[in-house]
Design a protein around this ligand. Sequence first.
Ligand code: MF3
Ligand code: CO
Ligand code: CO
Length: 256
Amino acid sequence: MSDKKDYVIYQGEDICGIRRASEAAARVRDQLPAMVRPGMSTKEIDNIAAALIHSIGGVSAFLGYRGYPGQICISVNDEVVHGIGRPDRFVNNGDLVSLDIGVNIGGYIGDTAVSFVLGGTNDPDTLRLLNNTRRALEEGMKAAVAGNYVKNISAAVEKVAKSAKLGIVREYCGHGCGKTLHDPPEIPNYVSFNRGPQLRPGMVLAIEPMLNLGTSKVITESDGWTVRTSDGKLSAHFEHMVLITESKPEILTWLK
Ligand code: MF3
Ligand code: CO
Ligand code: CO
């Protein structure tokens, strides 16, 4: 039996530090998509992200994490998460690009992700995927209130995913986040056997549905990182960090 605490409560200056790092991550997330141009390599995108992160006084929270070699994660089309920037992988109009950004400022971490189609799209299935993955995150965040359990967040995400007939990735979850990238608890995007800890003011949670147009099954590439759908269909990923409060959750990765 592990005696590891199943959640972390932050207060005072720690909350201020997490707010700052989250805001920095949110800024990069919001600025980067407009800087991605058709024909760019994912390595170039990674370089631009690094420059943005450094210009606001941060460093990547991902680089070196368990040996991860990139500054951010760039996952294209059927890639779900953890895509590494590569000089020989190019993005073009019509590609679904997911950017996951982690910023460390002074030992505090912000983690946030967005998906979009380069140049836009009218494809109904792609729009169903993007709109409902975003909505699943929103509904999950609404359930992130003191007194609820982690399971209530999972149930809210799962309900949206199921009603939109999207595959839910089960191998990767949301998580606590603050002084380390991955604090307990895990936040599955489906209801699991255990209700998880009760939500309490001071908990900081990264909620991050990863939903697929087809199967929920994923495989990891031979690079040891890149996760893709096993049927080659599209995947989307949105992520926000929230602070549990006495009332409504504070969305730390919304820009003020
Ligand atoms: N950002 C991912 C998450 O949302 C984790 C990335 S781990 C890395 O939890 F090693 F790939 F950076
Ligand atoms: Co992330
Ligand atoms: Co995360």
